[in-house]
Design a protein around this ligand. Sequence first.
Ligand SMILES: C[S@@+](CC[C@H](N)C(=O)[O-])C[C@H]1O[C@@H](n2cnc3c(N)ncnc32)[C@H](O)[C@@H]1O
Length: 264
Amino acid sequence: MSNYRLDNSYKQASHRLSLLEQQLDPLTQRRIKMLDLSQGSRCLEIGAGNGSMAKWLCKHVGANGSVVATDINTTLLDHIELPNLEVWEHDILKSALPCSSFDFIHARWVLYHLPSNLECVIQRMIDALRPSGILLLEDVDFFPINTSSSAVYREFMTALVNSVATPSGRDGFWMRNLPEIIATTELTQVGGEGEFPVIQGGRAAAKFFELTAEQIREKILTESSLSLDMFEQGLQLLNSPDFWAFGGANIAVWGRKKTNTLHA
Ligand SMILES: C[S@@+](CC[C@H](N)C(=O)[O-])C[C@H]1O[C@@H](n2cnc3c(N)ncnc32)[C@H](O)[C@@H]1O
């Protein structure tokens, strides 16, 4: 069962996720075009959050295509009215997906929150792909934060990203293993790439982490060794235009289901 800590019903959730979308959507869209997703495709957006990629996919696949956007909390999706969009309340940890139903499945910054034994979840996604369907997973590993010369930033961000990941049973520093995890599945044509964005205090990426920290302030302060003073100093850095650092590394991995895979 999901113990996701950043509930989409939080008053700032839509704003917070829109800041993430601003940073990540151009990268995701470039990858989807590179993977040659064609018009008329049926797509699944898992953990769709605020819905920007689901909306973009609806346009990209056109009137003959369709998109299913899932989330454990569909509050931010329910108001979207597009003729080729369906919204499903669905927990990828709990329930299977319809078999062999999608040409393209995408999940971004969702695996981070899931328990360490991901095999079942990833197999669920692969089972839901049609033959020659594409899986694109995009997630985050926070190793670049440790390059900062600011101890406050390093300690604040470590406490923050580990607190977000706590229900998964691990920390914010493992997604570097994703390419290898996907390479051991039945998927073919596996590829991947990564990049780490620069954060400037006061801008969208910094604001995203500030809102994340505010949403789980009590958990960070009670579960980590970060003092209230360090917490407040970390927030100040994220608001200072003079502050620059790396954020998390975005890790993208994709693969294609074999054309001849049969289902039981
Ligand atoms: C960090 S947000 C990312 C949202 C969106 N994918 C994006 O990149 O803009 C993570 C999303 O995953 C959803 N989520 C968390 N656990 C989930 C689960 N077990 N099954 C489906 N969705 C889940 C959350 O509700 C949230 O909307």
